[in-house]
Design a protein around this ligand. Structure first.
Ligand code: SIN
Length: 320
C-alpha cells in the first residue's frame, strides 16, 4: 500500500510510515479495533505538526499481534529507501505496542541507521476522548527531527527507549514500555529532548539478510522451560522442520533436565539454539553451564529475531 501525502515544508523532511496498531485504532477505550485509521489522518489530528515538513505513507494496517515477516521486509525496504534521500532527516513508524519491540530490534540489526528511525505507539485508540497517540506522535517527530538523534528508537509517554532494552511491560498503563534496569535513552519534557545515555548503535547486518521471500525464511520457535517440562514440544518442532530454537529458561537461563535432553537432540540434528531467560527485563549472564549459547540481554522474542537473522545469513543469495 502506497498512500502518500505531503504537507507544508519546514526543516528536514520527516517521513511517517504507518503500520497500524492502537495509535490507528477506532472505537472506545475498551471495545476498539486496532489498525483502522490512515496515517495522513493521524498526522492531521496533531495541529503542532502542521508547520513541519512531513510525508505520510501507509506501509501496512494491522493489529501488531499479527505482525508478519512480509511486513517487516517491506518496512525495512521503505525505511532504507527514505533514509537514502538526502532531504530526509528522520523517519517515524506508527506501530502497535504488542510487537513493537520485535520490529524495532529487527530494523536495528538490519539497518542500524545513522538517522533516527523512531517508533510511535499509543495505548488508547485514535478515537478515544483521551487518546495518547497525538502527543506520542508529536514526540516521535520531535525526536526524529532532532539533529543529534540517531538509531532505532521507540517513544511512548514522554520516554525514548532503545531497541535492545524496550519491551511492553504492562498491558493497560499509558507508560506501558520499560527498558528495565538500563532505563530510557532520553526523556521528552516540555517538547525538549533530554538525553540520558548514548543513542543505540550496532554493526548493521544489511538488507542482504532479508532479501529472500519471507516464505523461505527459516522457522525459528520459542520454547519455555517450566516445572513438569518434557521434550515433547521440542521433538515435535524438530519433526515439523524448525531450524532454530530460543529457549526461554528459568532464572539465569537454566533449563529443565527433560527439556534439555530434547534440546541437545535437536542441536545434534543441526538445529541452532539460543538460551534466554523468562525473567522479564533480565539478561543471561556468563555461561550457565552446558552447550547452549546465550542470548545475553535479549528477551526471548528479540532472541528469536536475532537467531532468525543469523540463520538468514547462512542461506546465501536468493535465487535470481
Ligand atoms: C497492537 O499492538 O496493534 C494493538 C495494541 C496496541 O497498539 O497497544
Amino acid at each position: 500500500m502506497q498512500n502518500k501525502s505531503q504537507t507544508s515544508p519546514a526543516g528536514p523532511v520527516i517521513v511517517i510510515l504507518g503500520t497500524g496498531g492502537t495509535i490507528a485504532g477506532s472505537g472506545d477505550d475498551v471495545g476498539y479495533t486496532a489498525g483502522q485509521i490512515g496515517v495522513p489522518q493521524l498526522v492531521a489530528a496533531v495541529p503542532a505538526l502542521a508547520s513541519r515538513s512531513l510525508e505520510a505513507e501507509q506501509v501496512a494496517q494491522v493489529d501488531s499481534k499479527d505482525m508478519s515477516h512480509e511486513i517487516w521486509q517491506v518496512l525495512a525496504m521503505r525505511v532504507q529507501h527514505h533514509l537514502a534521500r538526502p532531504e530526509v532527516g528522520g523517519i517515524v513508524i506508527t506501530h502497535g505496542t504488542d510487537t513493537l519491540e520485535e520490529t524495532a530490534y529487527f530494523l536495528h540489526r538490519v539497518l542500524s541507521p545513522a538517522k533516527p528511525v523512531v517508533f510511535a505507539a499509543a495505548m488508547r485508540p485514535a478515537t478515544s476522548l483521551q487518546s495518547d497517540g497525538p502527543q506520542n506522535l508529536l514526540d516521535a517527530v520531535t525526536v526524529a527531527g532532532h539533529p543529534s538523534a540517531s538509531g532505532v528508537l521507540a517513544t511512548l509517554n514522554g520516554r525514548v527507549h532503545g531497541p535492545v532494552e524496550v519491551r511492553k511491560a504492562l498491558p493497560f498503563a499509558l507508560d506501558a514500555f520499560s527498558s528495565g534496569e538500563a532505563g530510557p535513552i532520553a526523556l521528552i519534557q516540555e517538547g525538549q529532548l533530554r538525553l540520558l545515555r548514548p543513542w543505540p548503535v550496532c554493526e548493521a547486518l544489511g538488507m542482504g539478510r532479508v532479501t529472500h521471500a519471507p516464505a523461505a525464511w527459516p522457522p525459528v520457535d520459542v520454547v519455555v522451560s517450566h516445572a513438569g517440562a518434557s521434550g515433547r514440544v521440542v521433538d515435535a518442532l524438530v519433526a515439523s522442520g524448525t531450524r532454530g530454537l530460543v529457549i526461554e529458561g528459568t532464572s539465569n537461563g537454566t533449563v529443565h533436565a527433560s527439556l534439555l535432553e530434547a534440546i541437545e537432540r535437536a542441536q545434534a540434528a543441526g538445529v541452532s539454539v539460543l538460551r534466554s531467560t523468562r525473567c522479564a527485563g533480565a539478561a543471561v549472564v556468563g555461561a550457565p553451564g552446558g552447550a547452549l549459547p546465550s542470548a545475553g540481554e535479549l528477551s526471548p522474542a528479540k532472541a528469536r529475531v536475532e537467531l532468525l537473522l543469523q540463520l538468514l545469513g547462512q542461506l546465501g543469495a536468493p535465487p535470481a
